[in-house]
Write a protein that binds this ligand. Structure first.
Ligand SMILES: *[C@@H]1O[C@H](CO)[C@@H](O)[C@H](O)[C@H]1NC(C)=O
Ligand SMILES: *[C@@H]1O[C@H](CO)[C@@H](O)[C@H](O)[C@H]1NC(C)=O
Ligand SMILES: *[C@@H]1O[C@H](CO)[C@@H](O)[C@H](O)[C@H]1NC(C)=O
Ligand SMILES: *[C@@H]1O[C@H](CO)[C@@H](O)[C@H](O)[C@H]1NC(C)=O
Ligand SMILES: *[C@@H]1O[C@H](CO)[C@@H](O)[C@H](O)[C@H]1NC(C)=O
Ligand SMILES: *[C@@H]1O[C@H](CO)[C@@H](O)[C@H](O)[C@H]1NC(C)=O
Ligand SMILES: *[C@@H]1O[C@H](CO)[C@@H](O)[C@H](O)[C@H]1NC(C)=O
Ligand SMILES: CC(=O)N[C@H]1CO[C@H](CO)[C@@H](O)[C@@H]1O
Length: 493
C-alpha cells in the first residue's frame, strides 16, 4: 500500500474513482435479512446502497483511521450529507454490524454502540435521488422513517428543517435552530454545574415577512433550501415568510446544480453549490460575513478588531498566536465552588472593547463602570462585565469569556476574571507536541494509508473550502477551527 504514497495525484484520484465505481455497484434497495460488516482494511468508505442517479450513497465511512460512521455521502466529492451516529463512532472492525430486519440497526459490541431507526414493520430501505434515506412499508403511504428528519451538520436542497430539528457543527460547539419567527445560531456551553448544555444566541435572522406573514396559532415555521438559490422560511403558505438569497440566486446554470447549507466548525452557516464541471463545491452563501461576528474568532480572552487588524488579546501583556490564541487555562463553569477572596482569579481591565453580538445579549443600566464591575465582582457566576459610559449599559457575562469585539472607543470598558490555572501554558504546548508527534508517526509508519485518508478527508471534510470558494478570511486563514477546538475543549474541561 505504501506505493500509493508515490503516486501522482491523478493516479490516486483514478484509483479512488475506480474504488468508488466498484464499491458503488451496490443494490438500489435493501430488504429484510440484509446484513453487512466493513470488509476493507484501507478504503475510506464502503458503499452499501446507492440512489438511482448514482450521485448519493449510503456508506460505512472511515473516521480517524479506524472508526466507523454510517452515513449518506455525495459520491463525487465524498462529502458526508448525513450521519447516523455523528457523536459516537463504531470501530472499523468485522464485529461491527449493520442489519435490516424492519429496523435498521448498527451495532458494535466493542464501543457499545447501538443505533437503530426503531421502526419494526419496515420492509424496504431506499435511497432517493434527493439523498433522503427512507424506510418504507408497502401498505403505508408515508415513510416510517427518513434521514431527512434527523439532519446532522448539513441541510440539502428540498429538505424541510423544522422547529423539532437542529443542525450541529461537527465539533459539537454550535447549533442552528428555528424559533417562532426566526432562525438562530447558538454556541453550546456546558451549564455552570456541568450538568447540561446552555445555548447562547450569536446570530439571528428574523423573518422579514415580505411575501407572507406569520400567523399566530397557525403552527410553527420551517426552513428549506430552494434550488432556485435561496434559504427560505415558511409557515402555512407556499409563499415564504423569509428569503435569504444565495449568490447564485436565479442564475443558470447554478439553478440546475445541487445546493446545500452546512454548519461549519467555526460556527458559520455556509451555502454551496456543486459545480460538476469543476468537480468542486462553490461557496454561495454565508450567514456571517464579518469574521469578528463569528462566535469565537480569536479564541478565549481574544480581541477581534473589525476591519482587518485581526486578533489580539484582552490582556495586553499576552501576544496572540494563531492556532494557540490568548489563553489556555480553564474558563469553564463558574468560580462559586472555589475559595473566594481574590486569589481564585486575576482581573484584566481593558478599554475600547464591547460585547460581540451585543444586540442579542441582555444588559442592565449602571451609573458608572465601577458599579457595573461591582455587580460582576460580587457574583461568582459572573466572568466579566462590559460598560458603555455613553449609554450606561452594563453587560454581565455569566458564561466563559470568549472573543470580545474591539471598538477602540475609550468610553467602552471591560472587566474580566481569569481563573488562576495550574500548569499554565504548558498544557497547550504538550497537546500540540502530542499531535505533531502522532502525525509524524503516522507519516512514517503508514504513508500510503495516510495519504489516501487525507485525500479523502480533504475532499470529504474540508473539500468544500476549495480555492474557488472565495472564503478567504484574510489574516484569520491559519486560525484553523481544529486549533480552536482544542482551545475551546481545554477551556471546557
Ligand atoms: C430486529 O432485530 C433486533 C435486534 O436483534 C430485535 O431487537 C428486533 O426485535 C428485531 N425486529 C424484528 C421486527 O424482528
Ligand atoms: C428524482 O426522482 C423523482 C421521482 O422519483 C423524479 O421525478 C425526478 O425527475 C428525479 N430527479 C433526478 C435528478 O433524477
Ligand atoms: C416539505 O414540506 C412541504 C410542505 O409541507 C411538503 O410538500 C414536502 O413534501 C416536504 N418535503 C419533504 C422532503 O418531506
Ligand atoms: C458546465 O459546462 C457546460 C458546457 O460548457 C455548461 O453548459 C454548464 O452550464 C456548466 N455547468 C455548470 C454547473 O457550470
Ligand atoms: C496595559 O494595560 C494597562 C491597564 O489598562 C496599562 O496600564 C498598561 O500601560 C498597558 N500596557 C501596555 C504595554 O500597553
Ligand atoms: C449572579 O449572576 C447570575 C447570572 O447572571 C444571576 O442569575 C444571579 O441572580 C446573580 N446573583 C446575585 C446575587 O446577584
Ligand atoms: C464617563 O462619563 C462621565 C460623564 O459623562 C465623564 O465625566 C467621564 O469622564 C466618562 N469616563 C470615561 C472613561 O469616558
Ligand atoms: C449533485 C450531483 O453530483 N449531481 C450529478 C448527478 O448525476 C448527474 C449525471 O451523472 C450529473 O450530471 C450531476 O451533476
Amino acid at each position: 500500500m505504501s506505493s500509493t504514497a508515490h503516486m501522482p495525484h491523478f493516479l490516486l484520484l483514478l484509483f479512488l474513482s475506480l474504488l468508488t465505481a466498484l464499491t458503488c455497484s451496490a443494490s438500489p434497495q435493501i430488504y429484510i435479512g440484509f446484513s453487512a460488516s466493513p470488509q476493507s482494511q484501507t478504503a475510506p468508505f464502503e458503499s452499501l446502497l446507492t440512489d438511482p442517479t448514482g450521485n448519493f450513497s449510503l456508506c460505512f465511512l472511515r473516521q480517524n483511521q479506524n472508526q466507523l460512521a454510517l452515513g449518506v455521502i455525495h459520491v463525487a466529492s465524498s462529502q458526508p450529507l448525513w450521519l447516523a451516529n455523528p457523536t459516537h463512532f463504531a470501530s472499523w472492525s468485522h464485529t461491527t454490524h449493520l442489519s435490516f430486519n424492519g429496523t435498521l440497526i448498527l451495532s458494535d459490541p466493542k464501543t457499545n454502540l447501538l443505533w437503530s431507526t426503531a421502526t419494526n414493520d419496515g420492509d424496504t430501505l431506499l435511497l432517493l435521488n434527493t439523498s433522503n434515506l427512507q424506510i418504507l412499508n408497502k401498505d403505508k403511504a408515508t415513510p416510517l422513517w427518513q434521514s431527512f428528519d434527523f439532519p446532522t451538520t448539513t441541510l440539502v436542497q428540498d429538505q424541510n428543517f423544522t422547529t423539532a430539528m437542529s443542525l450541529t457543527s461537527q465539533n459539537g460547539l454550535y447549533s442552528l435552530r428555528l424559533g417562532n419567527d426566526f432562525m438562530g445560531l447558538y454556541a453550546n456551553y456546558p451549564e455552570n454545574d456541568g450538568s447540561s448544555l446552555r445555548q447562547l444566541l450569536y446570530w439571528k435572522r428574523t423573518a422579514l415577512e415580505a411575501k407572507a406573514v406569520i400567523k399566530q396559532g397557525q403552527g410553527p415555521i420551517y426552513a428549506r433550501v430552494n434550488k432556485e438559490g435561496y434559504l427560505a422560511m415558511y409557515q402555512t403558505s407556499a409563499k415564504p415568510v423569509d428569503v435569504q438569497k444565495f449568490d447564485s440566486f436565479q442564475q443558470t446554470p447554478t439553478t440546475s446544480s445541487f445546493l446545500l447549507v452546512r454548519l461549519e466548525p467555526d460556527g458559520n452557516l455556509k451555502g454551496y453549490y456543486w459545480n460538476s464541471n469543476k468537480s468542486s463545491w462553490v461557496l454561495n452563501y454565508q450567514a456571517i460575513t464579518e469574521t469578528c461576528e463569528l462566535p469565537l474568532p480569536c479564541g478565549s480572552y481574544g480581541l477581534c478588531t473589525p476591519g482587518g487588524s485581526g486578533c489580539s488579546c484582552l490582556d495586553n501583556r499576552t501576544r496572540f498566536e494563531p492556532g494557540v490564541g490568548c489563553f489556555d487555562g480553564s474558563s469553564s463553569g463558574d468560580l462559586c465552588s472555589e475559595k473566594m477572596g481574590g486569589d481564585s482569579y486575576a482581573v484584566i481591565r481593558r478599554t475600547g472593547v464591547e460585547p460581540p453580538h451585543k444586540e442579542l445579549v441582555g444588559h442592565v443600566t449602571a451609573p458608572s463602570f465601577a458599579e457595573c464591575e461591582g455587580l460582576c465582582e460580587r457574583n461568582c457566576s459572573c466572568w466579566g462585565a462590559l460598560y458603555n459610559n455613553a449609554s450606561g449599559f452594563c453587560y454581565l457575562m455569566d458564561y466563559p469569556i470568549g472573543t470580545m469585539s474591539g471598538s477602540g472607543e475609550q468610553y467602552k470598558v471591560g472587566y474580566f476574571k481569569v481563573r488562576k490555572s495550574v500548569g499554565g501554558k504548558k498544557r497547550v504546548g504538550v497537546r500540540v507536541g502530542v499531535v505533531v508527534g502522532v502525525m509524524v508517526g503516522i507519516v512514517v509508519a503508514g504513508v500510503g494509508v495516510w495519504m489516501m485518508r487525507m485525500r479523502w478527508r480533504r475532499k470529504g471534510m474540508n473539500g468544500m473550502l476549495g480555492e474557488e470558494s472565495g472564503a478567504s478570511p484574510g489574516p484569520y486563514r491559519n486560525l484553523g477551527s481544529d486549533s480552536f477546538k482544542s482551545i475551546e475543549m481545554s477551556g471546557q474541561r
